[in-house]
Design a protein around this ligand. Structure first.
Ligand SMILES: Nc1ncnc2c1ncn2[C@@H]1O[C@H](COP(=O)(O)OP(=O)(O)OP(=O)(O)O)[C@@H](O)[C@H]1O
Ligand SMILES: [Mg+2]
Length: 457
């Protein structure tokens, strides 16, 4: 069943329930109020008759007095304590058949006679000492049945009109709600069939929730588009980067094939180059694997780590390998943070590797603890990065000076990997550099990834 039909039927069924309850309430309230009013009028009339009696201690009320109060289809009679009618005036012979009754206090009764309601009221006639008789008034409630029928017809007609209007309104309302959903479904189908990711048109007259839904969908499409773009760029960059060493290897292999191995110098050069390029390719393949791993969000193994001891360990290793002094400066010990130790070490190696590669002098590493962050700065006094290149160095395969990087063996992936890992820790990485003077890379690592998450709200 279509959602619109379902909404329509449900609202109408609900309306019918409400109408039924209100109609029953209106009907019975109307009947009760009408009968109560009639009763009140009859009692008033009875009291007036007794008060008009000039012989107060007697039950022989004058006939003309009773007749003056007689209305259509009614009777008025006086009953003695033995339930015998003493005087009766009437203009409806059927009503006279009602049995007389002696009462000592006010009494009223509604009874049905020949499809009509008859109202009976009885009030006692008293002497100073005791009750000496009863004044009985009986009236056919002629209009009541008719009014009841009219009321029922009005209620029925109004209910039918309300149900009809509700069906119409429900259809209109569900169309208003469903129209944007239907157009969203059409857009989604188009995307599915064409494979082209495009956003849904958000109209101002859409309900809020649907606007939010469409906005979420569009954001998702945007992210998918970005990822697709990234993937395409990555594949083309990677293949381009791998093509260069392969071309060099192939041309030297060609040369060897054509010229043979007689020319020793040439053979030596070819082997040397092939070896270097193959090593570069191997490095690149490893870096690509690292990059892919750093992009997986879920694999952080976070634990409290003393960054000073972790860093000292790496610095010692690098100093030994590269024979370059690296000075560690810190304000307090320990400086603790919840990080994935192996991954943070990888970041530090990438950054220190750059500092060593692109400078000659000793390198400084500073560690500071702030309220929610640990700040790590790696400062070298080397060649620096031109201003216009700084914003690009985090891009994959980006190298400021390609020929220089060839010498240093760089793939241009190091900073991308470092940035991914730092972002996974919900931290930040910034580069500040001046050409010819040196470079400072600043890391802001939250003490706890959770504390930073709260901080960002
Ligand atoms: N400390 C630095 N001083 C000068 N230039 C730098 C420094 N760090 C990075 N760069 C520049 O940024 C570029 C990108 O750095 P990145 O670490 O991503 O790649 P890479 O060092 O060339 O290769 P690898 O993948 O082996 O690290 C480098 O090629 C270099 O030109
Ligand atoms: Mg590097």
């Amino acid at each position: 069943m279509k959602t619109t039909t379902k909404i329509n039927l449900l609202t109408t069924a609900w309306l019918i329930c409400i109408l039924f309850v209100t109609n029953v309430f209106v009907f019975f309230s109307f009947m009760k109020i009408t009968v109560d009013m009639e009763k009140e009028a009859a009692f008033r009339k009875a009291h007036e008759i007794i008060e008009a009696n000039r012989a107060p201690n007697s039950i022989s009320l004058p006939r003309d007095l009773l007749e003056s109060y007689l209305t259509d289809h009614s009777f008025i009679r006086v009953v003695n304590p033995h339930a015998k009618v003493i005087i009766e005036v009437t203009n409806d012979r059927y009503l006279s058949k009602i049995k007389a009754k002696f009462v000592t206090k006010n009494e009223s009764q509604l009874r049905k006679m020949r499809e009509e309601q008859v109202l009976l009221v009885r009030i006692p006639i008293s002497s100073p000492r005791h009750v000496i008789g009863t004044l009985e008034i009986g009236e056919r409630l002629m209009g009541l049945e008719m009014r009841k029928d009219i009321l029922l017809s009005i209620l029925t007609v109004c209910s039918v009109i309300a149900v009809f209007l509700s069906l119409l309104g429900g259809k209109w309302l569900s169309n208003v709600i469903m129209h944007p959903i239907s157009s969203m479904i059409t857009s989604m189908k188009e995307i599915e069939q064409s494979g082209v990711l495009k956003p849904i048109l958000i109209q101002n007259n859409m309900p809020d929730e649907l606007q939010k839904m469409a906005m979420t969908f569009n954001r998702m499409i945007e992210r998918l588009q970005e990822n697709l773009e990234k993937q395409k760029r990555f594949v083309s960059d990677a293949s381009h980067e791998l093509k260069t060493p392969l071309t060099v290897i192939k041309s030297y292999a060609d040369l060897l094939k054509r010229r043979g191995v007689q020319n020793e110098a040439m053979v030596q050069e070819a082997i040397e180059t092939i070896y270097l390029e193959a090593t570069r390719m191997q490095k690149m393949a490893e870096a690509l694997l690292d990059l892919a791993a750093s992009e997986k969000e879920s694999i952080l193994e976070v634990e409290p780590v003393n960054l000073i001891s972790a860093l000292s360990h790496i610095l010692r290793q690098l100093q030994t390998v590269y024979a370059r002094p690296i000075r560690l400066h810190y304000s307090q010990n320990p400086i603790m943070a919840e990080v994935d130790e192996l991954k943070m070490k990888q970041v530090m190696i990438i950054l220190l590797d750059n500092a060593i590669k692109y400078s000659q002098d000793p390198i400084d590493v500073f560690l500071e603890q702030r309220e929610k962050y640990v700040i790590i700065r790696i400062k070298d006094y080397g060649i620096g990065i031109p201003k216009e290149d700084i914003k690009h160095v985090f891009e994959r395969f980006y190298r400021v000076d390609k020929s220089r990087s060839r010498e240093t063996g760089g793939t241009g992936l190091g900073l991308s990997i470092a940035q991914n890992i730092v972002r996974q820790h919900r931290g930040e990485i910034h580069i500040d550099s001046e050409l010819g003077k040196g470079t400072e890379v600043k890391l802001l690592i939250p003490i706890s990834p959770r504390c930073n998450e709260n901080n960002r709200g």
